[in-house]
Design a protein around this ligand. Structure first.
Ligand code: GLN
Length: 454
């Protein structure tokens, strides 16, 4: 994999940092244990992977794709990082991302975009474009992403890979640099559903260091993927979300979705059309809630304790240094969100914006709850379009936000959701993803359906 990275990453730019020495040392340690007749510590011991640069790593920089953290070496490992190491996995390096995970194309990285291995002129999705591209380009067999509004599933869809957002609270957020804390969730990126399940079981589980971590056993997703691989979905009821079709969707995406539904029926599932009317407001609610939480979370980058510091020449006040540093350290999208969020939370506007968005969030959770009284899982296209061209939407934030139209409801409700490859679009020959959504704590269902379908 290190050779492959050396060969293709100049063009793909999936990695911000490659730790060849550390990776080889970790791999040798596993080899030595096995040579001495020891047991592999986990089913993935010795398997390399790529880690989104938003998880802290003690021995590697953690930049979050931002100039603000360009030279930051965290003093501790995230729980996810620690679990990977304890499982004997080999961290190849840190992957590129939109700054602080805000974006849908990886073009908001301060260190240049990642390119889609299927077509280097196109985006690999975002914010976790680096993780999904590294898997699609065979630079890593597995990767870790984070999904606040779609940043694991949307890149998976447009790079023809698998991506899973576990139930909120299923994977620890300790050491995951916060964007929108009530939505952020780490999860696996892989080339097959079973691979994703193996990685899911390693990173999931209760963590006392994260107050929102669920105190429940890790879901048996590997067993569910193996069960699904038998290709029998009889007895399962699958709902097609009425709201996620029609206008705004490319015909190639809709064509692929129609074939996917037909295939699920062939596998024995009963297909039901389900209406979730509040999903129409999910995008608007998300773009109030996520910026609100981000404006608060990013206040910690004050240039005093860590991060970029500008203008500290003894003539300026702390406030001036803070302001100059934030001006220089944050990119345009991050600033836009901080301003939006600060406005939405300000006195006099709070009820009208943030308060309304929270009410919509409740309505969306209720739509899911009533849908899941009728069906076991819901399906939709993962994204309305295939990978767009680099540069195409950079000047149009609203067009960029539309990439997450179908993925956001699951974040707002805290549910589990997956994107599984669904062939190539008839329009342009690019990968399309099928999204599967399950109730919170029912992550197994995603793997059963995903493995049967892939
Ligand atoms: N594209 C969405 C945003 O810009 C989702 C990002 C994410 O899931 N991290 O906020």
């Amino acid at each position: 994999h290190l050779d492959r990275i050396a060969e293709v990453d100049g063009a793909v730019h999936a990695f911000l940092h490659v730790d060849a020495e550390g990776a080889l040392a970790a791999a040798r340690l596993v080899d030595a244990t096995l040579a001495e007749g020891g047991d592999p510590v986990s089913p993935l011991a010795g398997v390399p992977l790529a880690l989104k640069d938003v998880f802290t790593t003690k021995d590697m920089p953690t930049t979050c794709g931002s100039k603000t953290l360009e030279h930051w070496l965290p003093p501790y490992d995230a729980t996810v990082t620690r679990r990977l190491r304890e499982a004997g996995m080999v961290v190849l390096g840190k992957t590129n991302m939109d700054e602080f995970a805000m974006g849908s194309s990886t073009e908001n990285s301060a260190f240049g975009p990642t390119r889609n291995p299927w077509d280097l002129d196109r985006i690999p999705g975002g914010s976790g474009g680096g993780s999904s591209a590294s898997v699609a380009a065979f630079e890593a067999p597995l990767a870790i992403g984070t999904d606040t509004g779609g940043s694991i599933r949307q890149p998976a869809a447009v790079t023809g890979t698998v991506g899973v957002k576990p139930t909120y609270g299923g994977v620890s957020r300790y050491g995951l640099v916060a964007f929108s804390s009530s939505l952020d969730q780490g999860g696996p990126c892989a080339r097959t559903v079973l691979d994703a399940a193996l990685l899911h079981e390693i990173i999931a589980g209760h963590d006392p260091l994260d107050s929102t971590s669920i105190e429940r056993p890790v879901p048996a997703v590997v067993a569910a993927a193996r069960e699904g691989a038998k290709g029998d979905l009889s007895g399962m009821r699958i709902g097609v979300v009425a709201q996620f079709q029609g206008e705004g969707y490319q015909s190639g995406v809709l064509g692929s979705f129609e074939s996917a539904v037909a295939r699920l029926r062939e596998l024995g599932a009963e297909i039901v059309e389900v209406s979730c009317p509040s999903f129409d407001y999910a995008l608007s609610a998300y773009y109030l809630i996520a910026p609100s939480e981000c404006s608060s979370n990013l206040a910690r980058f004050d240039a005093m304790r860590y991060g970029l510091r500008v203008g500290d020449d003894g003539t300026r006040s702390a406030e001036e240094v803070m302001s100059l540093s934030r001006e220089a350290g944050f990119g345009a999208e991050v600033k836009r969100r901080i301003m939006l969020g600060t406005y939405a939370l300000s006195s006099g506007y709070y009820d009208a914006y943030y308060g309304s968005a929270q009410k919509v969030r409740t309505l969306i959770a209720r739509d899911f709850a009533s849908a899941f009284e009728q069906v076991d899982v819901l399906v939709s296209p993962t994204t309305p379009t295939t990978a767009f061209r680099i540069g195409e939407r950079v000047d149009d934030p609203l067009a960029m936000y539309l990439a997450d139209l179908c993925t956001i409801p699951a974040n707002l409700a805290g549910n589990a959701a997956m994107s599984v490859p669904s062939g190539l679009s008839d329009d342009d020959g690019l990968p399309v993803g099928l999204q599967v959504m399950a109730p919170a704590l029912a992550d197994e269902r995603l793997y059963r359906v995903g493995a049967a379908y892939e």
